[in-house]
Design a protein around this ligand. Structure first.
Ligand code: AMP
Length: 423
């Protein structure tokens, strides 16, 4: 394998045994979104770099060191999308979706790209699903977004969840708080971790997010954002909490919760699971009322979340025993001269009954074909061209109970048409 070309570090193939679970989960997400009145939006995988610089923020990890950026042949700087909100908002403005309806409920399932250090639950290409509710600044919209994020996990049977919420207030409240936080931290600067020392200048709020023990010890006495919220921030945040209680969504207020992207204001939230290791954040989101204006649209309030599908899969894989490849019928030919008949039977059954039928194409011995049928968990086997069976008949074998019958080709369809429905 010396000249073999491997995949790129931090990317993963989704192999057939897993892709079944992926498809099922994606289909649950699509249905779930539709149930809540959200419509799918698909945006391009790359955009002008400036879109991400202006939305995510120049001083964030994503923009500073994680984007896959290149100069295109015409000199334009382009970037593989590191998250989807910026693209969705760009599309919302460009296509004047606001004119169609004052509230746009959008969702996506798309690839994101970040040059992070790969580890369990952290990849360089990963999949995010998420919603963007654009148009309402009311707390019920925040609650709806949290509800969707939370209920998907609940519906999938994941119970060990923690919903953390916080309010980082309006731009003005936040500016005052950042000032106070900096003043508090400056005397401790030399005791902070190196990364937090850098952040003290570039993005002090992110220090609250630090995992370093040294930092945590200092931060625990830092001023709290909750003391800097204005009346409107506070009453919005309270109203959201009241709605979450009505909806029976357990939550924790975490005043140290900040998000790695600059565009948030007001309510932010994160859902974590303690069963998937260090990368425990399943989903994060919040309000971003200024972003649309900032990207050139009319001032429009918005709230959304993004959730990682790979991390969700990590949990679902440990829960699922439904990974066995299973087919309805495996068709076996006793010799090469029955191949065309077998193929025709397979085609008819699939088309007329919509059931999953696989034809043998390796020309293996009867014994190997039977073994294959067992391996792929076939419910029935049809044997075409068995010696002591009339020429126009086949054997239908029920693999569950071992019983078998002879049937004419015309009867096969009837047999499965009736029998299959009541199974
Ligand atoms: P963010 O856009 O950073 O708020 O991330 C939202 C969610 O996407 C996180 O909670 C994770 O579930 C997922 N996520 C973010 N970065 C990665 C990554 N590098 N690999 C896998 N999942 C990720």
């Amino acid at each position: 394998m010396s000249n073999f070309i491997r995949n790129i570090k931090g990317t993963k193939d989704i192999l057939p045994l897993d892709s079944r679970l992926w498809l099922e989960t994606e289909s649950i997400i699509h249905n779930f979104m539709s149930l809540h009145g959200y419509d799918l939006i698909r945006t391009p995988v790359f955009e002008k770099t400036e879109l991400f610089n202006r939305s995510i923020g120049e001083n964030t990890d994503i923009v500073n060191k994680e984007m896959y950026t290149w100069i295109d042949r015409d000199g334009t700087s382009l970037t593989l999308s590191p998250e989807s909100t910026a693209s969705v908002v760009r599309s919302y403005i460009q296509n004047q979706l606001g004119n169609l309806s004052p509230i746009q409920r959008l969702y996506y399932i798309d690839s994101s790209f970040r040059r992070e250090r790969p580890q369990k639950g952290r990849q360089r290409q990963f999949t995010q699903y998420g919603v963007e509710a654009i148009g309402s600044n009311h707390p019920e919209q925040d609650a709806e977004v949290i509800l969707i994020a939370f209920r998907i996990y609940q519906m999938l049977g994941i119970d060990d969840l923690e919903v953390n919420i916080n309010s980082i207030g309006s731009q003005e409240s936040r500016a005052k708080y950042i000032d106070a936080l900096k003043k508090f931290l400056i005397p401790y600067k030399s005791k902070l971790s190196t990364i937090s020392q850098d952040r003290l200048e570039s993005n002090p709020l992110r220090i609250l997010d630090s995992k370093s023990k040294k930092d945590l010890e200092i931060i625990k006495d830092a001023p709290s954002i909750s003391d800097y919220l204005n009346q409107e921030d506070k009453s919005n945040f309270n109203a959201i909490q009241e709605l979450l209680k009505v909806l029976d969504i357990p939550f924790k207020i975490n005043t140290n919760l900040v998000r790695g992207l600059d565009y948030y204001n007001g309510m932010i939230f994160e859902i974590i699971s303690n069963s998937i290791g260090a990368q425990s954040a399943l989903c994060g989101g919040g309000r971003y009322d200024k972003l649309i204006e900032q990207l050139g649209g009319k001032p429009t309030p918005a709230v959304g979340f993004a959730a990682g599908l790979e991390r969700l899969m990590l949990i679902l894989k440990t829960q699922s025993d439904n990974l066995v490849h299973s087919v309805d019928i495996y068709i076996i030919s006793s010799s090469d001269k029955f191949i065309s008949k077998s193929i025709a039977i397979g085609d008819t059954l699939r088309n007329r009954l919509g059931i999953k039928v696989i034809n043998e194409t390796l020309r293996r011995s009867m014994r190997s074909q039977m073994r294959e049928a067992n391996k792929i968990n076939a419910q029935f086997v049809i044997i075409v061209g068995q010696e002591d069976v009339a020429t126009d008949e086949v054997i239908i074998k029920n693999m569950k109970d071992g019983s078998q019958i002879n049937a004419s080709v015309d009867e096969i369809e009837n047999y499965f048409g009736v029998d299959y429905e009541y199974k």
